[in-house]
Design a protein around this ligand. Structure first.
Ligand SMILES: [Zn+2]
Ligand SMILES: [Zn+2]
Length: 281
């Protein structure tokens, strides 16, 4: 299996270190491809995302690295683009504007009508609890169901080639604090997105960022969801969602085991010729 990662953040958004540090780490770790996917600007102030005025610098930085390292490693220019329920169009335009090699469509930011601000569902446990209590009157089921409705909406309105961390909503649910994934309503909410996945045909990423940073015990999506997705022949890829160069390859081998357990025999990677399947061995 070629060593690759297409979900990488550095200090232009919420990652650590410079873009070149990740290229150096990738070379040391024997990667054949490295994709950058900084958090694209959003139409409001959000410390996680790069500022709109930084986008040209970002594009140039990665293009320069691509040229300078072309004999050593494949470098790809991507963005992790937020789906914002209240602003679907600007994000879609961003993907077209930026001349990207690929992009990852993700959901993080939820509007609070009470607070009149966006808050990230994967932020701190305190913020997660505040969203739950202030915007959903403590009803976790409504919160989770809304999240998965937005995942389907993301796919419908934005058609990203890659779907980011499908069940990110579990990040702030340590030891089943708020819900169990075995509950029928939870599984129904998850499966409710499957028809849209089948129709829009994104590659679903297996994201090891939660485990690598000690936030979750499982990859995104959970193994039972991967098993279900495999039954539907949904294509997958493995990404580390690295925010530090050292974690570029964190849990990538484990993710491959999990995929094999779920019945997968191949993953998808981006090469200069386009997306190709590679055997999981
Ligand atoms: Zn993300
Ligand atoms: Zn990310």
């Amino acid at each position: 299996m070629l060593k690759t990662n297409y979900h990488t953040h550095y200090s232009i958004c919420d990652g650590n270190g410079e873009a070149e540090d990740y290229v150096q780490a990738a070379l040391q770790k024997g990667f054949t491809a490295l994709g950058f996917s900084s958090h694209a600007p959003v139409p409001f102030e959000n410390p996680t995302n790069m500022k709109k005025e930084d986008l040209p610098t970002y594009l140039k930085t990665i293009q320069d690295l691509k040229t300078r390292y072309r004999d050593k490693i494949e470098i790809y220019l991507g963005l992790e683009i937020d789906h914002i329920h209240e602003h679907p169009l600007p994000q879609k335009e961003l993907a077209a504007l930026a001349e990207l090699d690929y992009c990852i469509g993700s959901f993080h930011c939820m509007w609070s009508p009470l607070r009149k601000e966006y808050r990230e569902i994967d932020s701190t446990p305190e913020i997660f609890r505040a969203i739950l209590e202030e915007d959903f009157a403590g009803n976790i089921r409504e919160f989770v169901e809304r999240y998965y409705l937005y995942m389907a909406e993301l796919l419908e309105t934005f058609h990203p080639p890659i779907l980011g961390h499908f069940d990110l909503i579990k990040k702030n649910n340590p030891d089943n604090l708020y819900f169990k994934q075995s509950e029928p309503w939870y599984q129904k909410a998850v499966r409710g997105v499957f028809p849209t996945i089948r129709k829009q045909e994104p590659i679903v990423e297996v994201n090891t960022g939660g485990i690598a940073r000690g936030k979750t015990r499982e990859v995104y999506p959970s193994p039972w969801i991967l098993y279900e997705l495999r039954k539907e022949d949904v294509p997958v890829m493995i990404n580390s969602d690295a925010h530090t160069p050292e974690l570029l390859d964190a849990y990538i081998e484990e993710a491959a085991y999990i995929l094999r357990d779920a019945g997968y025999r191949k993953t998808w990677i981006l090469r200069p010729s386009g997306w190709v399947a590679q055997p999981l061995d």
